[in-house]
Design a protein around this ligand. Structure first.
Ligand SMILES: [Zn+2]
Length: 344
């Protein structure tokens, strides 16, 4: 039997993606509920177009508690003018808007984790409908896709831009060239724990040049990491020839020092350390510090009573501490540390 054709998306854009100039509007997603019978979720977006040319699709707050992307993209949307663009820039600063409004990773409406909801469904939950609209309407418009993540409330990262190892080596080279152009303090060959349902995977399977980031975390944005995001977004747009403001790709650190990005790799699942105990975490290494295989990364102290020895968690390989659990209390199963290997 032939597969049944998917229904069209219930989302209506209030902008015309083919019109030149700057348009600020919304993706309007019908959401009938107690306090608004014929109500909608209104996801803000900006389209800046100037003639024909490549299209960049820029997103933040795919997870609602990650702020560097949202700040950088609300700022870009407010300041970018069409005369500095060749082609088109589509900016969605807060992709999972209900989660962003709630300050939570997942949506308060349906508990949907947008980055595990792809390719989505037009007749599914609110989160699945957002994913479906990106899969079938926005991604096909794009040549370059940049999705800006941070650690959210439960992780903190050294600031890096990243791409994945891909079967299509030409596409992989395009992705890593864009990562290099982002010019974050670190650049990562990223391994995913669970790639099924990710926006990344969907964009990559459509052949797009895809860049993601992890730029800090802890449920807030810092001046340093926000500056990295603002600079990185513009750098990648210049690299793609879409931003034509006459400036070169900018490799300065937030404090103005010339800076070369350090390349990191995640060669295997040994990079990750997951808690097998619950309790109070004692960090033994800070982000960015070098570690050797066997070094103590963290201890977890039982908190039910005194007099018990803490559990020890050690690095499985040489590298730097690239990510850590953020809150002071951990549960069994939490990712407590990620070691990235340093490429020479
Ligand atoms: Zn995220």
């Amino acid at each position: 039997m032939a597969p049944v054709a998917l229904a069209s998306s219930p989302i209506t854009p209030t902008v015309d993606f083919d019109r030149d100039g700057v348009q600020h509007g919304f993706l309007r997603l019908p959401y009938s509920r107690d306090d608004s019978a014929w109500g909608s979720v209104m996801i803000p977006l900006t389209v800046v177009r100037n003639g024909s040319g490549p299209t960049a699709l820029l997103t933040g707050a795919n997870h609602g508690d990650e702020y560097e992307g949202a700040v950088a993209l609300f700022d870009l949307a407010q300041t970018l003018t069409a005369d500095r663009v060749a082609g088109r820039v589509i900016i969605v600063p807060a992709m999972n808007y209900p989660a962003f409004q709630a300050g939570t990773r997942t949506s308060p409406i349906d508990k949907g984790n947008l980055n595990r909801s792809f390719p989505g469904r037009p007749d599914g939950t609110v989160t699945q409908k957002i994913a479906d609209y990106f899969t079938r309407e926005l991604l096909p418009l794009a040549d370059l896709v940049m999705d800006i993540h941070s650690g959210g409330r439960t992780l903190d990262f050294v600031p890096f831009a990243a791409a994945h190892i891909l079967p299509d080596k030409d596409q992989e080279a395009r992705c890593f060239a864009a990562v290099a152009a982002f010019a974050a303090p670190y650049s990562m060959r990223m391994l995913e724990i669970d790639a099924v349902g990710m926006y990344d995977t969907t964009a990559e399977e459509l052949g797009k040049t895809f860049v993601t980031t992890e730029l800090g975390g802890g449920g807030t944005g810092r001046a340093e990491t926000i500056a990295i995001a603002k600079r990185g977004v513009r750098n990648v747009l210049r690299h793609a020839g879409i931003l034509t403001d006459g400036q070169a790709v900018d490799g300065r650190a937030a404090d103005g020092r010339a800076e070369a990005s350090r390349w990191l790799d995640m060669p295997s699942g040994d990079c990750f350390r997951f808690a097998e105990d619950s309790g109070l975490i004692e960090a033994c290494v800070d982000l960015g510090q070098p570690v050797r295989a066997g070094d103590l990364l963290a201890r977890i102290h039982p908190i039910g009573r005194t007099g018990l020895a803490p559990a020890e968690y050690r690095a499985a390989l040489d590298g730097i501490l690239a990510a850590r659990h953020f809150p002071g209390l951990v549960k069994a199963g939490d990712c407590i540390a990620v070691v990235g290997t340093v490429e020479s």
